[in-house]
Design a protein. Structure first.
Lengths: 317, 344
């Protein structure tokens, strides 16, 4: 993105006396130079503040109150974002919907990283039959298009799980289903990246050295090789938060994902196209929140990719 | 080459079988086909039992799968449960093109329903895909050739934003601007719903006008993503030595760009597109739902919400088949683009 101007413009002698920068400091320095990524961090923090801080102004019960006498009301001083087709306040629903959408993004990402890293690491490190088996499985998963699969699984499992109560709030059981389904259908790309890195790293000398000192396989995988392949994992994980939020919005938008009354930014859009002429505020507010969040996460991912690029790192040194 | 294609097709068979078993196992024991079929009318338990037997739901799941795959017209069934197996099955099985009868649309086979919709989806997808490929190549090459210029930076920023847009947001926004507000402002506006105006009928111009918004929303996101990819591929290729050689031996700019650079830059692009075409099908579900387009995507979501298993199974299997075929075509195009690749 940015043209790489040297950061430290000091005489060479002074540079040697200065203690070398830590890796994390370098990455931070380079990340800071990516202006859009910094803007992304700010917008994302604002989003989190909006959906968490909003709880102090609007209660959850208020977001669930239905009153058909005020259905499809245009934005006003009482309902700044207007009301939806059953008279619920859209501002309050974007606050509580935001919590769910962001939570789905985060937890689905964690699930995806766990599965993707495990499968990729095992396949890449052990190779042989285990590798072929796991990779054929990965390819089979890649062959099923994600959205139809999400729709089918969401539809099948959504009714089967009871609502759960967490932190005094009741969540529709479909939230869990959607998180699990998104996490378990999106790890394939990450697994392939991790496998490719493991394949090349396991031949390197530090692995041989670790093996000579009697380190067991698990420790070699997780303590020695994995830290060396963190950069692509971090970038991929960041971007997959955005993907998970979009995936949830897709299925919920089609009425198959998270079930009302629990709000998400996605299911608030469900049916909005029926009122496109009369009530555009139904989709403008939740839709813009999704776009802003996804855009800022993608910018952060892009910034991290540049900041963590090993070739760029040596340049900055 | 022929041997390679045959081998790939043979390899696809077990893959499709695994996919079909997975989807079948998932779908078969979901919902209540009897309730779907009879609505509230089939309440008598004898009727339910009889219906279940006609549908073959009393059989263990692996037998159901075999009947689904190869049909049951070669076995005798005991429909009235008198211990005598006298009725011959009616189903022909997927391998002979019979996905079973739809549970929702009475008297119609799933295959008929799907066949009706496939042309509508293709009418939307093929122009969309052509537009996507043309524009992403043009935009990508254009901005690669003007790297770091103002145009390039505008395009790069714009494509980054477009790439982060969910299809439904683009669809709703374009609908709101070009359909609703243009009409309000008295400008020529575009229709937002359906495939043609029922008052005018299904004429070519009607379908073409109704196609504009769905195609815009489907292609915008893809063009943004692909043009970024094409740009970075082109940048990598035009810094290579053989491009300098091509210029040095006096070839025209056009020849170097399109004959040498693009052909090499296109190789990874072909893979990406080949993998993504099925995802476009997924996007079609959303686009067709929003724009009320009577295609396969909407058929899928309509029948999924009503647990019409045969239709849903049919569409999923067709998509999986499309994926396999797309991948094979990708590999063939690959071999044509890069003569270094030889398939044996």
């Amino acid at each position: 993105m940015e043209t790489s101007a040297p950061i430290i413009e000091k005489p060479v002698i002074a540079e040697i006396e200065k203690p070398p920068l830590l890796l994390s400091q370098l990455v931070f320095l380079r990340f800071k130079r990516h202006k859009m990524a910094v803007a992304g961090v700010i917008v994302l923090i604002l989003m989190v503040l909006y959906s968490i801080g909003g709880t102090f102004f609007k209660s959850e019960a208020f977001s669930l109150v239905t009153d058909t006498s005020i259905r499809l009301n245009a934005p006003s001083s009482i309902h700044p974002f207007g009301t939806d087709a059953v008279g619920r306040d859209i501002l309050a629903r974007t606050i509580y919907g935001g919590q769910i959408s962001l939570m789905i993004g985060m937890i689905a990402m964690i699930l995806e990283v766990i599965v993707g890293v495990l499968i990729g690491a095992l396949a890449g490190y052990y190779g042989g039959i285990l590798d072929s088996l796991l990779m054929r499985f990965t390819e089979a998963m890649l062959n099923i298009p994600q959205i139809p699969l999400l729709l089918v699984l969401g539809k099948l499992l959504a009714d089967k799980i009871q609502p759960i109560v967490l932190l005094g709030r009741e969540f529709s059981g479909s939230v869990i289903v959607i998180i699990a389904v998104i996490g378990l259908t999106s790890w394939m790309g990450l697994a392939r990246i991790v496998r490719a890195n493991f394949l090349s790293l396991r031949e390197q000398e530090f692995v041989t050295a670790a093996r000579c000192t009697g380190t067991n396989n698990l420790s070699i995988i997780f303590d020695h090789i994995l830290p060396n392949t963190m950069a692509p994992i971090i970038v991929s994980a960041t971007l997959s938060v955005a993907n998970a939020i979009i995936s949830e919005a897709y299925v919920s938008f089609l009425g198959v994902g998270v079930m009302p009354p629990t709000a998400t930014w996605g299911n608030m859009l469900n049916g909005a196209y029926n009122y496109i002429e009369t009530a555009p505020w139904l989709w403008i507010f939740p839709g813009s929140l999704i776009v802003l969040t996804v855009l800022s996460i993608n910018f952060i991912g892009d910034g991290l990719r540049d900041a963590l690029d090993p070739r760029a790192l040596t340049q900055a040194e | 080459m022929a041997r390679y294609i045959i081998r790939r097709l043979l390899q696809a068979i077990p893959l499709l079988i695994i996919i079909s078993i997975t989807i079948f196992a998932l779908l078969q024991n979901s919902g209540d086909p009897l309730a779907t079929m009879g609505g509230k009318r089939v309440t008598r338990s004898e009727d339910r039992v009889r219906l279940a037997r006609i549908l073959g739901l009393d059989q263990p799941i692996y037998i159901q799968y075999v009947y689904w795959l190869v049909g049951n017209d070669w076995v005798k069934l005991d429909i009235n449960q008198d211990g005598i197996f006298e009725t011959t099955g009616q189903r022909k099985g997927v391998l002979r093109g019979d996905f079973g009868n739809s549970l929702v649309a009475r008297g119609q086979s799933a295959m008929e329903l799907i066949k009706e919709r496939i042309p509508n989806t293709l009418v939307l997808m093929i122009p969309a895909e052509i537009i996507i490929l043309t524009f992403s190549l043009l935009v990508g090459i254009f901005s690669a050739l003007r790297q770091y210029s103002l145009t390039d930076q505008v395009i790069t920023a714009g494509s980054f934003i477009g790439y982060s847009m969910p299809i439904f947001f683009v669809a709703l926004a374009s609908m709101y601007i070009f359909g609703v507000n243009f009409r309000k402002w008295g400008l020529p506006y575009l229709p937002t719903v359906g495939m043609f105006d029922p008052k005018i009928g299904k004429t070519f111009s009607q379908v073409a006008v109704h196609m504009v918004l769905p195609i815009i929303s489907m292609s915008l996101v893809s063009i943004s993503g692909y043009s970024r990819f094409v740009r970075s591929q082109m940048l990598e290729v035009i810094s290579q030595d053989y491009i300098r050689t091509a210029y040095a031996k006096g070839l025209s700019e056009r020849m170097v760009l399109f004959g040498h650079a693009l052909k090499n830059a296109a190789i990874p692009f072909v893979t990406l597109v080949g993998i993504d075409i099925p995802f476009l099908l997924g996007g079609a579900v959303v686009t067709e739902t929003i724009f009320g387009w009577p295609g396969m995507g909407r058929l899928f979501i309509d029948h999924l919400t009503r647990f019409d298993t045969p239709v849903v199974m049919g569409i999923l299997m067709l998509i999986s088949l499309a994926v396999v075929i797309c991948q094979l075509l990708t590999d063939i195009v690959y071999g044509w683009l890069d003569p270094r690749i030889r398939y044996t």
